[in-house]
Design a protein around this ligand. Structure first.
Ligand code: NAP
Length: 303
């Protein structure tokens, strides 16, 4: 039996992926989600206690079986960087990076040989994408968890919220980079991919943003968005984004030449380079160690 564990499988394009992964017989998909939906166990990725409880429940359910695919797809953007989790950290950073970091650490020992880990990131982390969001200045976990301590923090809430999102997505790519060096990953010959789905209108991603943005996002998610997709390769349908996530997680799409960043362009997976910050080993090592400290785990630089 193939077993997949997933966050962000309750709605958006992740729900399409969860459904397609669960299609074949002898397949089990365990989704950690805030709301009770098919295949879901309760889990709020912004609560470290909730992530710990979910990981414990997954390990209990696994028994002697192992995880073939771990999909870390939950995410979201907020209108500011003022939210704080119960653990006292900035919400966007925890939602898009730190909660997944903890979940991955707790589940690494129960990965199957040849397992795939897919972390959903965003091309908005890269200035070269020329998205309209403020781009990351750094991937310093302490400053991202505590933006009030950042001497260069944005004074405008909207910019701060955008930068919190793009920086957390940069962290997801650096986390993938650090994961590839871990003993638990190498011993199992596991694959780690950071996945950029491009821009996917019509999902719940902008649910916390102002009404005009939500309305435009919803309309462009209908057939009205189709003409735009013809001219802009970064625009993808939810169906294509969900299928690409499935293909990476079930191993039907493999990275060429050990590349670790997959970007969906015009509905097809491409293996472009992420940003210059995202390929720095020093940043990946520092993020690993600092994230470990924030979640109360050992953070040796490489495993
Ligand atoms: N749409 C895009 O243009 C785009 C572009 C680049 C990257 N992405 C990334 O792609 C992923 C999926 O996004 P989407 O567009 O499909 O948006 P979405 O419809 O909002 O889906 C987000 C998923 O994350 C889950 N989630 C949010 N907060 C959570 C929490 N605190 N605990 C547990 N689960 C939580 C949501 O669960 P609920 O069902 O409970 O809300 C949902 O399943 C995200 O990581 C997003 O950042 C999206």
């Amino acid at each position: 039996m193939a077993t997949y564990v997933m966050t962000g499988g309750s709605s958006g394009f992740g729900a399409l992926s969860a459904a397609s992964l669960a299609g074949p017989p002898q397949t089990r998909v365990i989704v950690g989600a805030r709301s009770p939906v098919d295949r879901a166990d309760a889990m709020d990725v912004t609560s470290l206690d909730s992530v710990r409880a979910f990981a414990a429940s997954v390990r209990e359910r696994l028994g002697d079986s192992r995880i073939d695919g771990l999909l870390l797809n939950a995410g979201g953007i907020r209108p500011d960087a003022d939210g704080r989790t119960a653990d006292g950290y900035e919400t966007t950073f925890v939602l898009n990076h730190l909660g997944h970091y903890l979940l991955t650490r707790l589940l690494l020992p129960v990965l199957a040989p040849g397992a795939r880990i897919v972390l959903t990131t965003s091309g908005t982390h890269d200035p070269a994408t020329k998205a309209s969001l403020a781009v990351p200045r750094h991937a310093d976990a302490d400053l991202l968890a505590h933006p009030d301590r950042d001497p260069d923090r944005d004074s405008k809430p909207r910019r701060a919220g955008q930068r919190a999102y793009t920086a957390a997505k940069l962290c997801a790519i650096l986390n993938a980079r650090a994961l590839r060096t871990r003993a638990e990953v190498r011993e199992r010959d596991a694959t780690v991919i950071a996945y950029d789905p491009g821009q996917v209108f019509g999902t719940g991603l902008v649910r916390d943003l102002p009404a005009p943005m939500r309305a435009a996002w919803a309309v462009l998610g209908t057939g009205a968005g189709a003409p735009l997709r013809r001219f802009q390769p970064t625009l993808n349908t939810a169906k294509a984004a969900g299928q690409a996530l499935t293909d990476l997680a079930d191993g039907s799409r493999r990275a060429p030449d050990e590349r670790g960043y997959a970007a969906l362009r015009s509905g097809s997976l491409t293996w472009i380079d992420p940003s210059t910050l995202a390929v720095r080993d020093d940043l990946a090592d520092a993020l690993w160690a600092d994230s470990a400290r924030l979640v109360g785990l050992d953070g040796a630089a490489s495993g």
